[in-house]
Design a protein around this ligand. Sequence first.
Ligand code: NCD
Length: 305
Amino acid sequence: MDFSVAEVRQILLAADALEREDPLRRAKRLAKRRVALLFYEASTRTRTSFELAAKALGADTTLVSSLSSSIEKGESLKDTGITLQALGAECIILRSPYSGAPYLLAQATGLPVLNAGDGMAEHPSQALLDLRTILQLLGIRASAISEKCLRGITLTICGDVLHSRVARSNALLLPRLGARVILCGPEQLLPKTAERMGPGITIERDFDAALRQSKIVMMLRIQAERLAGLSIDLDDYRRRYQANAGRIAACAPKAPILHPGPIIRGMEITSEVADGPQSAIARQVANGVPIRMALVARALKGGKR
Ligand code: NCD
């Protein structure tokens, strides 16, 4: 999350403005500009919302996805980027299993690269849409974004924090706006250095205790594809960390429940909670489009056709 607080404010203000704008005028902003989506990992929400966002601004989009390919780091990523550039791409939206891949691609092509999730490192556009959701739920306007705007707000992120780029980007962003972030989950799924990640971040292993302190709750999926030999007792996990109706009613009866998706019903969250009145999951997904419109517009700003 390399954005300054002022840039975060600008992006969220731009998202508001683009969302309000007349769709026909909006579609002239990036008319016929070429945006490539390069996805080396599965994605539903992020890919679709980036694509809809670019199209809403009038851009032509093209998707290259290589789920089953054994793509190597470095060279082949570079070659793919150069190919997309030769085809006229002016901006690349990249999802990669490798941390740091967006920097490599930006270096190789000189093009603006938007990070749609890089390995276990970061997912900045998700943290921005989560922030938009949180501010809406708290009734705070984007214009009020500052180092203090989330002062007094505690948010618990519960689940597979270790492997979650969503957790990392949120834990890097929210404390910079004054929030307190509690990381919760089994020892194997929390980063050992979590408490050193920065001020405003603490660990609480007891989910009920974390919930009781929290104004907002963010649940995470266990990233089965990144567990690399770690074995988790799933019954024990459900018992201790599942967001279920009984636990939420007892410990956080008013807190909105966020989840970046995909949700695994019956594992980290029950259907009752995911579909219940406290769920903010659909709102998060909806916020993906305006946030990504702002990011794509910003990446292409001033660029020549
Ligand atoms: C997440 C991701 O891919 O990092 N999903 C998303 O982009 N909304 C979380 C996950 O895969 O569990």
